[in-house]
Write a protein of this length. Structure first.
Length: 178
């Protein structure tokens, strides 16, 4: 084999230069470009999937906070009843159809009073009164296991472009007569 550099005997014509010593061959360039393009496509695919999963995770996080807020608002109603000297579950009758509750007014709305509607977001808080409509809907279900135990379910539903149908997250808590 003919040596290209006489000073450095490690580099030969066979490894890095074509017969004329002018550079890479067309085939070598095409192989290198195809490997580079496959790597870039894999990276773009990974970024796309990561971005869509980020949206799904963000929606689930918001839904879990809204569901927990529903439970906390019912807990506040129970506390207010006790502080006012009322029966602990006054105004909290069982309803399989569900209620809506908003932090602004602190009362349960039957679906006959207020149709099932999405929560609105005003930039900092979710409510039914002001802001832009969101994809999240919240329903509060109340039922009784016995006279001393009330079960409250806060059910948040929404739709995602990544998953077909409604997505539902349910938080349940049990309250007991003191």
């Amino acid at each position: 084999m003919k040596k290209v550099f006489q000073k450095n005997k490690l580099f030969t014509q066979h490894h890095f230069w074509n017969k004329n010593g002018a550079g890479f061959t067309l085939l070598e360039v095409l192989v290198a470009l195809s490997v580079l393009i496959m790597g870039l496509l894999a990276s773009v695919s990974l970024l796309t999937k990561t971005s869509s999963l980020n949206t799904v995770i963000s929606d689930r996080l918001i839904a879990s906070h809204l569901a927990q807020e529903g439970i906390e608002l019912v807990r506040n109603l129970i506390s207010n009843n006790i502080l006012a000297g009322k029966i602990w579950n006054s105004g909290l009758s069982a309803n399989d159809d569900g209620y809506q509750i908003d932090y602004n007014d602190g009362r349960l709305y039957d679906f006959n009073e207020r149709p099932f509607q999405p929560l609105k977001f005003d930039g900092s808080l979710y409510s039914y009164d002001s802001g832009q409509p969101t994809k999240f809907k919240r329903k509060i279900r109340i039922f009784y296991e016995n006279n001393d135990e009330m079960v409250v379910q806060s059910i948040v539903t929404w739709q995602s472009h990544r998953i077909k149908g409604d997505i539902t997250l349910t938080v349940e808590d049990h309250f007991y007569r003191e």
